[in-house]
Write a protein that binds this ligand. Structure first.
Ligand SMILES: C[S@@+](CC[C@H](N)C(=O)[O-])C[C@H]1O[C@@H](n2cnc3c(N)ncnc32)[C@H](O)[C@@H]1O
Length: 289
């Protein structure tokens, strides 16, 4: 089961707040949702959004107890304003996103998020998305691939990796995760504990799912739709993501920042849940100028 990261810290952000309407943009397996709904029995409507239908199915099971309160939304959290408009709602009191890939997605080997095993290079969180990792790998220019690997994966050997991919695809289209790992192995040396392909897989996933574009739009939309006194929390896993959140918060006069520095996991949480290692929580409250 997916363990919700920084759970205690997220609950602290919303502690004492009277919440009528809550929007969670990345409900995943429903771990944070379960805790928030338990701590806040006053919640009237809980909008639970995820772009992955498999995640929504899992969350539905987990949140059965609150089926009268939870409204399911299959789609991108960046479309929050539209979802609210469609429901005749203007303001929300609470907002949470916990972005990135879930352990359930990584563990579903056939979806291509993992460099272990062999699967088609898919990596779409939403199966109706138009772009797959295979498309990017076989169509993008060497320069663009190198940029993605460097920026989204912080891969030092980004140019060498892009070159090896372009050479390989001249001979044969790259179709599977194992093929990609084989192409990367001679180029990227294993860096300590992490697998040599880790950063390239992360970069491709971010590009396939437009994760940075979603975050920018999503945070801006949430700030607009937050009620006076309402609070929002964002958990990110990558320095580029954290920078987007930090700037979006700082650029908004009506936001009081509740986390001077981003909040990370305790040593205990890192040990119990290695996925939490790079998690960073930022939170803010809206106030009247
Ligand atoms: C780390 S999991 C969330 C786990 C959840 N907080 C829990 O406690 O179970 C991240 C989820 O965000 C979803 N996701 C990522 N980007 C999204 C986006 N732009 N719009 C909607 N869902 C997204 C993924 O499909 C995944 O299910």
């Amino acid at each position: 089961m997916h363990k919700p990261v920084l759970l205690r810290e997220v609950l602290q952000i919303f502690q004492g707040l009277k919440i009528e309407l809550f929007f969670e943009g990345t409900v995943g397996a429903g771990g944070h949702a379960e805790a928030i709904l338990t701590e806040h029995p006053e919640i009237g409507r809980y909008f639970a959004c995820d772009r992955d239908p498999v995640a929504l199915q899992l969350a539905k099971e987990r949140l059965k107890r609150w089926e009268k309160k939870v409204e399911w939304i299959h789609g991108d959290y960046a479309d929050l304003p539209r979802y609210l408009d469609e429901r005749g709602v203007h303001w929300i009191d609470g907002y949470l996103i916990d972005i990135g890939v879930s352990s359930m997605q990584i563990d579903s080997k056939e979806r291509g998020f993992s460099f272990q095993g062999d699967a088609p290079l898919d990596m779409r969180m939403n199966p109706i998305g138009e772009t797959t990792a295979e498309m990017l790998l076989n169509r993008l220019s060497e320069k663009e691939l190198a940029r993605i690997f460097f920026e989204y994966g912080e891969e030092r050997r980004s140019r060498q990796a892009a070159k090896a991919i372009v050479e390989a695809r001249k001979k044969k289209k790259i179709r599977t995760t194992a093929e990609l790992v084989r192409i990367l192995q001679p180029v990227i040396r294993s860096g300590g504990k992490i697998h040599p392909a880790t950063r390239i897989f992360q970069a491709l996933r971010i590009a396939v799912n437009d994760e940075l574009g979603q975050l920018q739009l999503g945070v801006e939309g949430a700030i607009q739709r937050l009620q006076m006194g309402g609070r929002m929390a964002v958990i990110s896993f990558h320095s580029l993501e954290d920078r987007i959140v930090k700037h979006a918060f700082r650029g908004e006069k009506q936001l009081k920042i509740l986390t001077k520095k981003p909040v990370g996991p305790t040593a205990e949480e890192c040990k119990a849940n290695p996925r939490s290692r790079s998690a960073k929580l930022r939170a803010a409250e809206k106030f009247e100028e």
